[in-house]
Design a protein around this ligand. Structure first.
Ligand code: PMP
Ligand code: GLN
Length: 380
């Protein structure tokens, strides 16, 4: 067996969701909304399912969806991508990430991750035979400095993965950090793989800025997105990767042997959504900001110390004011005894793990968040 996978535990999200079910806990662990996106999107997919072909769609994705994605990139970021040659539709951002890592992390090449990092990056890079180098950001402000970046990026770096807005800490890289990344990357041949699945979930009147939109960066960046996050349809697993044609050609070669394609009716639903339901997404951002505040206030009242959250579904809280226990032990106890599931932040670090921070998902209905706070109140 491949030792990378043979030694891996089951993902923390699966483990905590199973514990949440077993103990009847409110699940603020795994990040998925508890309310599906608009009915009109479901209806568009249902129509396609019954009225259109259910055979393989084009390998790079349906043209209507690729065109809608190109229009979206232009509308929100002023970025121009050719729908025919510069966009590939994938089965979720997970597949897009895998395809990009396989495409741009050659055996023995160096891949730079910024910890805390999403759990799929490192196993896939390692299984691809790349050497993973990690830069750990430090709480509470998680700032990326040029010095830290230069300590991991060298002229031989093959690829860097950047997740902004960032799961699990809700960080949005600011203009200065993006400029630093652009400056350091421009001295190398590295490809930047941009995980932008939370691109619309940025709060407090800020907006997402893609590294690809900085001068000189478009040619070395591939942008990855997810309809699951954009339209609260995480089970659909419709994602994409876009970038300059020479890079997308290679990512498409990986994609053709990973899944080849993605269910046509779901692609149709997302093409419809991008054209007709972007207001849903923009309103979702405002709703989520309110829910972030509700949860942060509830947790602060109880003695947790919530850290800043600028975007995503996730709020991180410091537990040291409450208890002297590791994040993992605390989350185990919380799900079993308090009836609330959360994720220990240590799960997102390769090394130098902090053990006093836990992640709560607030992409849940207000009543669910209130119930979680009530249960914690009763417990502490
Ligand atoms: N990247 C990040 C940062 C995520 O949080 C997630 C999942 N939730 C993904 C990628 C995977 O997205 P998808 O469900 O579209 O595969
Ligand atoms: N991205 C989701 C999270 O961070 C989980 C997705 C999964 O379970 N693979 O909670």
């Amino acid at each position: 067996a491949n030792p990378v996978f043979a030694q891996l535990p089951t993902t923390i999200f699966t483990v905590m969701s199973a514990l949440a079910v077993e103990h009847g806990a409110v699940n603020l662990g795994q990040g998925f909304p508890d309310k599906d996106g608009p009915n009109s999107i479901l209806a568009a997919a249902a129509r396609a399912l019954t009225e259109e072909s259910n055979q393989y769609p084009p390998m790079r994705g349906r043209q209507d969806l690729r065109r809608a994605l190109a229009a979206h990139a232009m509308r929100f970021y002023g970025l121009s991508y050719d729908a025919d040659t510069e966009i590939v539709v994938t089965s979720g951002a997970t597949e897009a990430l895998t395809a990009a890592i396989l495409a741009f992390a050659p055996q023995g090449g160096e891949v730079v991750l910024i910890d805390p990092s999403y759990d799929s990056y490192s196993p896939i890079a390692e299984a691809a035979g790349a050497r993973v180098k990690t830069l750990s950001l430090a709480p509470p402000d998680w700032r990326l400095t040029e010095e830290a970046l230069r300590s991991v990026i060298t002229p031989s770096t093959s690829a860097l993965l950047l997740n902004s807005p960032m799961n699990p800490i809700g960080k949005v890289f600011d203009d200065e950090e993006l400029a630093t990344l652009a400056r350091v990357l421009s001295e190398t041949n590295a490809i930047a793989i941009l995980d932008e699945v939370y691109e619309h979930l940025v709060f407090d009147d800020r907006a997402h800025r893609s590294l690809a939109s900085l001068p000189g960066m478009r040619e070395r960046c591939v942008r990855i997105g997810s309809a699951g996050k954009m339209f609260s349809l995480t089970g659909w697993k419709v994602g994409w990767v876009m970038g300059p044609a020479p890079l997308i050609d290679v990512a498409a070669k990986a994609h053709q042997f990973l899944t080849f394609t993605t269910p046509p009716a779901l692609q149709k639903g997302i093409a419809f959504a991008l054209e007709h339901e972007m207001d849903f997404t923009l309103n979702l951002t405002r709703d989520l900001q309110d829910r972030r505040d509700l949860l942060a206030q509830g947790l602060a009242r109880l003695g947790f110390k919530p850290l800043a959250c600028e975007g995503t579904y996730f709020l991180t809280a410091d537990i040291r004011g409450l208890i002297d226990e590791s994040d993992a032990a605390f989350c185990q106890r919380l799900v079993r005894e308090a009836g609330v599931a959360a994720i220990p932040l240590s799960a997102f670090f390769q090394s130098g793990k902090p053990d006093h921070l836990i992640r709560f998902a607030f992409c849940k209905q207000q009543s669910v968040l209130e119930e979680a706070v009530k249960r914690l109140e009763r417990y502490f």
